[in-house]
Design a binder for this molecule. Sequence first.
Ligand code: PLP
Length: 397
Amino acid sequence: MKPIYLDNNATTKVAPEVIEAMLPFLHEHYGNPSSMHSFGGNVARHLRAARAAIAALLGAQPEEILFTSCGTESDNAAIRSALETQPDKRHIVTSRVEHPAVKALAANLKKHGYRVTEIPVDKFGRLDLDRYEASLTPDTAIVSLMWANNETGVVFPIERAAALAKAQGILFHTDAVQAVGKVPIDLSRGAVDMLSLSGHKLHAPKGIGVLYVRKGTRFAPFLIGGHQELGRRGGTENVPGIIALGKASELAAAKMSDENERVKRLRDRLERGLLEQIPNAQINGDVDSRLPNTSNISFESVEGEAILLRLNEYGICASSGSACTSGSLQPSHVLRAMGVPFTMAHGSIRFSLSVYNSDQDIDLVLEKMPSVIENLRALSPFWTTDGAACSGTYSVQ
Ligand code: PLP
């Protein structure tokens, strides 16, 4: 069965054009770009072209692009660099809804004596800008706010937030892992100092990431070793990955507005169809400021994981907003931060689309989903026969 893949915020298919571009760098042009011979020098030339393509997608300069292994490394490198280059500052500002690549690092830094402020969001997942502005102090070493949320797709006002930090001389990092290729980004005119992205979220393979570091920003390397990346990240470059990301960036830049408009139409049709057919369902997140490909929908009084298993039987791949930890189902920290009621948060499903989805994919979900929910609700102790959820809470250890 060919999967109906609606889990593109988890990872994406590598584009055929990207595979074609990277393959010669596995078996033909396999030289080390740092070598003195022309066999390596040829690779270095292609690497420069890929760096320029990625920079162009972001409105950046090629020398502001630093290759890493993934989004998590980029996030860690940005935050740790800010702390290392400003040892007298001990405060970090972030949000309650960050990806663990930032959230877990901040929690770890707290254990090591740093002060962390997590800015709350409202019920639509929107950042509290007043609380954010009030949180900035002379002791703040760095702000790290995500451009777009991986679970709900909500897009934060990053340019405004970065400008507020800049006005106080505070470094600003954004985790744009979910935003790059889905919303226009032009770093040339903004106040963002550092930005993370990850290849496998935009149709390049896993194992390649980027940290953008604005020219003039003091930077302390995360991986200390060789002279690669102008001494900012040791380790022989992942050449096939970099070539792949260069090609993926070119594709994203060329097709972004048309393709994202088509993806958004598919996503909106999916949401409309589900909400029309299924009672007691809601969209989570600010519908006026969302990624075009992401839909987070809650179905009251059913377990998200049970929905996923049923969808899996039809070859439909999605994600759930609750995760099984230590035998208990915990709604995600994002939905909890938004105050989504428990019986809704438990039944949340994230559908995330890509350019490879079609109307047929959406048709299948719209055909299967109503009976999946109806059957699960028939088994739920929290759903009454007249179609209403009864009050009561799940017990979570
Ligand atoms: N940040 C966000 C918003 C993400 O969605 C992800 C991955 O899901 C990451 C960071 C981590 O990226 P990677 O898997 O490349 O480490």
